[in-house]
Design a protein. Structure first.
Length: 219
């Protein structure tokens, strides 16, 4: 794994309320980093800042490749991916939904087909590739969202509440997907979750966010 992420003294507030207060951490080794904390503690905000979708009021988000700091540009943003809790679904087939990011990148049809089918097989949805994505269950939509992310082969993957509002069967499937992702991607995976069992099953390093402070925790 080449790409690493460090955050330094990240501060963020909304309407005068401090959400993140001098948060610092280095995500240097591949594996699953689990971010936990109470509702409203800022987990999603921190993920968005790390994924370069939102700017901190103060502090730095630094991506490095083999120790060299990388400029925040389109090339870097294409090496990282955030899967949101509410997956945006296009009124198109499951295949088309997962292929979208590759098509935007101008990849040829043969490679798109190979990579999309591989990603769908990985999340257990290959048999639904021709189905309209709007007809999927909530758990299947979550899995499709993960497929849409991993088809891009990100070097840093953010998962925001991947098992929220999902039935027990799909929760178990998603947990196993995350465990297997560690070997498949060999990347940094940062997952925010309320689900203690999912965290314990998939996580390698545990972080806790409360009252704006980020600390290393234990399962």
């Amino acid at each position: 794994m080449a790409l690493s992420l460090s955050i330094s003294n990240i501060h963020k507030s909304y309407n005068g309320r401090i959400i993140l207060d001098e948060c610092s951490f280095s995500f240097e080794k591949s594996g699953v980093y689990v971010l936990m904390g109470p509702n409203g503690s800022g987990k999603s905000t921190l993920l968005r800042i790390c994924a370069l979708l939102e700017s901190p009021d103060k502090g730095e988000v630094i991506y490095s490749d083999e120790g060299k700091v990388i400029e925040n540009d389109l090339n870097l943003r294409r090496r990282i991916t955030l899967v949101l809790p509410n997956i945006g679904v296009f009124n198109a087939t499951v295949f088309k939904n997962v292929a979208y990011g590759l098509e935007v990148r101008g990849m040829n049809k043969e490679e798109i087909k190979e990579r999309v089918e591989k990603a769908l097989d990985f999340v257990g949805l290959l048999h639904k590739k021709s189905q309209n994505a709007l007809s999927l269950s909530s758990g299947e939509v979550k899995r499709m969202g993960i497929a849409r992310a991993i088809v891009l082969e990100p070097e840093v993957l953010f998962l925001d509440e991947p098992t929220a509002s999902v039935d027990h069967e799909n929760t178990k499937i998603i947990e196993e997907i995350i465990v297997q992702l560690k070997q498949r991607l060999n990347s940094v995976i940062i997952m925010a979750t309320h689900d203690y069992q999912s965290a314990k099953k998939a996580g390698d390093i545990f972080l806790f966010l409360e009252k704006g402070k980020l600390t290393v925790s234990f399962p």
